[in-house]
Design a protein around this ligand. Structure first.
Ligand code: PMP
Length: 456
């Protein structure tokens, strides 16, 4: 790294430990300093322009220059920059957003609890469910089942729900109450000739066997992302959610839909639960709820759970959980404005339409020598790169080729993401058809650079 001594890059390396970053590699290579954003574009401090085809971390739905969100924050900062929601205090923005969420989310979700991040939200879901089951007199019903490759965050409980080795390795996780089942990735895990429906049936049977093995009286909830995001954009095989949900109902296991990435239009419907016919007991939202202009997450849940917790607060004592900034007035005011914009501009339909174009362009790479599978729904997609198309053999080591495409993308002015060797696409909801074509063309150039470098 040869940055000037007082540059942002040099000071960054001197003072910060970055999240999700190899610290020694960072000392060596330094950061890309992002200096400004506009629309779906970012600029680094050297003046290079990029299309942010990952919406930051799958989250900046309205892009990087939505003035109405800035104004909503400024207005709220002037009226009431902070107030809390502990001990019977309320403020209008949090109430307005809660009301909006209850009205717009699928039927059966009647109450809202706010946190600041997706991880906090999923941690809170675990605690809410534990409190609920204690309150209704079944204290042994505490286990959560999630999927390998699923992502639910990085706190102690949410990190345990996450099914990725990097989030467990080195952290003494998962907690013993958290169990994992096979990921619904047909391309990788279906048996020879197994249809999507058959594969889904097998996974539902596996879930049932797991519940029976653990004891149904000990299993509280099943949590999953309708479409797995950080685990490599895994679209569920046909029939998966209805089959899995039926198993959960049979054993009185709550269904938690983690729509931290999927929510607010990403799959071409407002919520992925609509796309996949899921009737969750708990819905978890974050990221695009404010287009990440403010940190915020929401847990939207059933009246049944609410009543149990409310009764429990009398029987067990107050629901002793909450953050200083739970339901922060500025964050919730920005959330309200953000959702109004998504609705007014019908950005959900835009995501569906532009997503069709983006996935159509990506499908043209299905025959590329490095591409094993192209998959996606709405405005979220991935290309899984493989060493051998016929055998689906992975590259060794996994992740190196994906990282090369990611880096080559920068050279071609596009920010993508590689999860292992799956290159992911998740551009802002405001992306146009022309921009979607451009994103895939730039990816294509990056892919070609890597193919040539590999000598394929
Ligand atoms: N759930 C899902 C589905 C996510 O994708 C993420 C973040 N990528 C989280 C939870 C955790 O959210 P956060 O990073 O805000 O803690």
């Amino acid at each position: 790294m040869d940055a000037l001594p007082n540059s942002t890059a040099a000071r960054d390396v001197a003072y910060l430990l970055h999240p999700y970053t190899n610290a020694r590699a960072h000392e060596r290579d330094g950061p890309i300093v992002i200096a400004k954003g506009e629309g779906i574009h970012l600029w680094d401090d050297a003046g290079n322009k990029y299309i942010e085809a990952m919406s930051g971390l799958w989250s900046v739905g309205l892009g990087f220059s939505e003035k109405r969100l800035v104004e909503a924050a400024y207005k709220q900062l002037q009226i009431l920059p902070y107030s809390h929601t502990f001990t019977h205090k309320a403020h209008e923005p949090s109430v307005e957003l809660a009301e909006m969420l209850v009205k717009m989310t699928p039927d059966g979700l009647d109450r809202v609890h706010f946190t600041n991040s997706g991880s906090e939200a999923n941690d809170t879901v675990v605690k809410m469910v534990w409190f609920y089951n204690n309150a209704i007199g079944r204290p042994e019903k505490k286990k959560f089942i999630s999927r390998l490759n699923g992502y639910h965050g990085i706190t102690i409980a949410s990190g345990s729900l996450t099914g990725l080795p990097a989030n467990h390795r080195g952290f003494d996780l998962p907690l013993p109450q958290m169990k994992h089942v096979t990921t619904p990735h047909h391309y990788r895990f279906a048996e020879e000739g197994e249809t999507e429906e058959e594969f889904s049936t097998r996974l539902a049977e596996e879930l049932e066997a797991k519940i029976l093995e653990e004891g149904p009286e000990t299993v509280a909830a099943f949590i999953g992302e309708p479409v797995i995001g950080a685990g490599g954009v895994l679209v569920p095989p046909a029939g998966y959610w209805p089959k899995v949900q039926a198993v959960c109902r049979k054993y009185d296991v709550l269904v938690v839909a983690d729509e931290v990435i999927n929510g607010f239009g990403r799959t071409g419907k407002m919520f992925a639960c609509e796309t996949y016919d899921i009737q969750p007991d708990v819905l978890v939202l974050s990221k695009q709820i404010t287009s990440s202009y403010q940190p915020l997450a929401a847990i939207v849940f059933s009246d049944k759970i609410y009543q149990g917790i409310a009764d429990g607060s009398e029987a067990l004592g107050t629901f002793g959980h909450g953050f200083t900034t739970s339901g922060h007035p500025v964050a919730t005011a920005v959330g309200v404005e953000n959702i109004k914009i998504i609705q007014e501009r019908d950005l959900v339909s835009n995501a569906a339409k532009v997503g069709d174009v983006m996935r159509g362009e990506l499908a043209k790479y299905a025959d590329h020598p490095l591409v094993g599978e192209v998959r996606g729904v709405g405005l979220i997609a991935a290309c899984e790169l493989v060493a051998d198309k016929a055998t689906k053999a992975k590259f060794d080591p996994v992740g190196k080729v994906g990282m090369s495409v990611f880096k080559a993308g920068h050279e071609h002015g596009v920010i993508l993401r590689a999860t292992g060797d799956s290159v992911c696409f998740c551009p802002p909801l405001i992306t146009t058809e022309e921009q979607a074509v451009d994103i895939v063309a730039r990816f294509g150039k990056a892919l070609e650079d890597v193919r040539k470098a590999l000598g394929r």
